[in-house]
Ligand binder design. Sequence first.
Ligand SMILES: Cc1cc2nc3c(=O)[nH]c(=O)nc-3n(C[C@H](O)[C@H](O)[C@H](O)COP(=O)(O)OP(=O)(O)OC[C@H]3O[C@@H](n4cnc5c(N)ncnc54)[C@H](O)[C@@H]3O)c2cc1C
Length: 389
Amino acid sequence: MNPDLWLPDSDLDDDHRTFAQRIRAFAADKLAPFARAIDEERTFRREMVADLAAAGILGGPLAAEFGGEGWSPLELAIAHEELGAVCGNARGFCAVQTGLVAQCIARFGDDAQRRRWLPGLIDGSAIGCFALTEPDAGSDVASLGTVAAKQGDGTFRIAGRKWWITNGGIADVMIVFASLDRSLGRKGITAFLVDTDRAGLARSPVPGVDLGHRGSDHAELVFEGFAATADEVLGELGAGFKVAMGGLAAGRLSVAAGAVGLHRAALAAAVEFTTGRQQFGQPLSSFQMVQERLADHLTSLHASRALVHRCARRREAGTETHADVAMAKLQATEAGSRACEDAVMLHGARGYSSAWPVERFWRDIQALRIYEGTSMIQKTILARLVTEG
Ligand SMILES: Cc1cc2nc3c(=O)[nH]c(=O)nc-3n(C[C@H](O)[C@H](O)[C@H](O)COP(=O)(O)OP(=O)(O)OC[C@H]3O[C@@H](n4cnc5c(N)ncnc54)[C@H](O)[C@@H]3O)c2cc1C
């Protein structure tokens, strides 16, 4: 076993290595002891939120003026790899709470909205959700059917249905996307930043048992006569599509980094297991077919991380293109999924049990291929850029 081969440390300068080790130590201390239990028990662990806040992680990427640590995009990627390697539920929570909600408020909100919500989202006293997906509008965001009808007094009445909303059942605050005029397509969409403690909102868990991320809350939200004021518009009227796409494009980097973390954890587990287990009188890792898989997943891990860090560095330099994050997410989630699948296979029957972590890694990474733009949607983005410029 040579963890130096799959950890990022030797590619990082001293400051970034120290940063990675800080988040790794937090994850080992505060997340690892619960990662399996919350998955098996399907419970959202509220203490996890307090721990993430106390460690500065919830505010991490937010600027110091908002109470955050001002992480660079590369620090964000490093942090989400470390969190993802240990607990997909914690990483997914941060991606929504901080990446989609707090960062959208910081970027698109006015001073009053930032003052009201950012402190609570950073100290963990408020939980946020990002309510975009609907039963009939997933990848095709512009077709969403939730409507916001403007009233004579300037307020809005929101009606419609959202689902698969992470934190939706427990959120104190949400960004909800609704159309003022469906005939305008994406130009009709407006983002509203509202608290959840008001009439006209019914929340329930999504139907069925989730494949992965079982320690997370995924809800269906039904709005009927839900009132919002003009002050609760996030950004501008009719500019909600920009808010949604801005949040998702930013968030894709952390999803890609989380996939690198899962890939790394699956590879580490596969190496540990195959070097320890003997069949036919020799370690599994001495068989060439096993070695081939370990070698392939080590190589693709580094390819994924290189694309993720490249995207982060270009974001930092202001030279990022739409292709950068699409390539990073596509590569990291697809290669990570293959690594997790092989880790299950290489564990034999043990890989099929929650007593070993690899089946959870495989279940969790499937969602990373789906949310914040499926792999196919990343390919359509890339194909359009390649063919149309
Ligand atoms: C664990 C989890 C958490 C989530 N959290 C949130 C959240 O917090 N907030 C939120 O708003 N949503 C959330 N989602 C929803 C997620 O964003 C959507 O599931 C995703 O955007 C895909 O939409 P869909 O499920 O409707 O699939 P569809 O859009 O119906 O796609 C179904 C299939 O068709 C393919 N497809 C669609 N269009 C094309 C095309 N043009 N070309 C080729 N293939 C295509 C897709 O790739 C996919 O394979 C979450 C989902 C999961 C699984």
